[in-house]
Design a protein around this ligand. Structure first.
Ligand code: SF4
Length: 229
């Protein structure tokens, strides 16, 4: 038996929890979009994400979403929306921080199947995400809380005002402007310059489930045929 054999009602619930259609406003970007592949953002916003997902793939995301929802509610400040207006452009970047703990530290929960890859250090894109929250909140302390269904690891950070301002000036604002330009000129971002292999295709070591980006076929039409040989 496998995940595909779960009762139909449960499969339906898992898919409804994981696959949510997002309404995008032009010139309003989410920080989670800016830390990932610009090409993916371009396709999400121009052709739209496929609304279907295989149940074994959805199952891998399900616990992260459900536990995030249950656990963040335990804190007084939770799911707080933060925004930043890009200087000189009609562009807004927003995000939603998970919670602020009793010591005033901004915390972000990250469910991962395997903690091995974050044992020594946090993922750079996750650090970028909390730096954005810290900048918007003028709070210099943050924590990335990685959990799997077996264990927990956290990484703490203290940023300076200069680091946060530089991050906004050098990373967040240019990236938001670039993506906005790609979309308004209908130009597909160059995949070689934006590619991150783990976003394109990876295999979950624990479950063996293969994850392909929704746009893998578009970016690597020949490669997918080779991979499945
Ligand atoms: S397949 Fe890779 S390069 Fe193409 S959109 Fe997805 S993550 Fe980006």
């Amino acid at each position: 038996m496998a995940i595909v054999d779960l009762p139909e009602e449960i499969q339906k619930h898992i898919l409804e929890t994981v696959v949510k259609t997002k309404e995008y406003e032009s010139n309003h970007f989410y920080i989670t979009e800016l830390i990932g592949c610009p090409r993916m953002v371009f396709y999400n916003r121009t052709i739209g994400r496929p609304s279907k997902m295989a149940i074994d793939k959805a199952y891998q995301f399900y616990f992260g979403i459900v536990l995030d929802d249950l656990w963040t509610k335990l804190f007084k400040v939770n799911q707080r929306r933060v925004t930043h207006k890009v200087y000189g452009y009609p562009i807004t970047v927003s995000g939603r921080l998970d919670f602020i703990d009793s010591k005033g530290v901004i915390c972000d929960l990250k469910k991962t199947a395997n903690l091995f890859f974050v044992q020594k250090e946090a993922k750079p894109e996750h650090i970028s995400q909390i730096m954005f929250y810290c900048y918007c909140e003028a709070n210099y302390k943050a924590k990335l809380c990685y959990f799997s269904l077996k264990n927990y690891i956290e990484h703490s950070f203290t940023f300076t005002d200069e680091e946060l301002s530089q991050f906004i000036n050098d990373f967040v604002e240019p990236k938001a402007i670039n993506i906005s330009n790609y979309i308004s000129t209908n130009t597909v971002p160059d995949s070689e310059k934006t590619k991150k292999d783990w976003e394109c295709h990876y295999t979950d070591k624990e479950t063996g489930v293969e994850f392909y980006c929704d746009y893998y076929d578009r970016c690597y039409p020949e490669k997918k045929a080779e991979d499945s040989d």
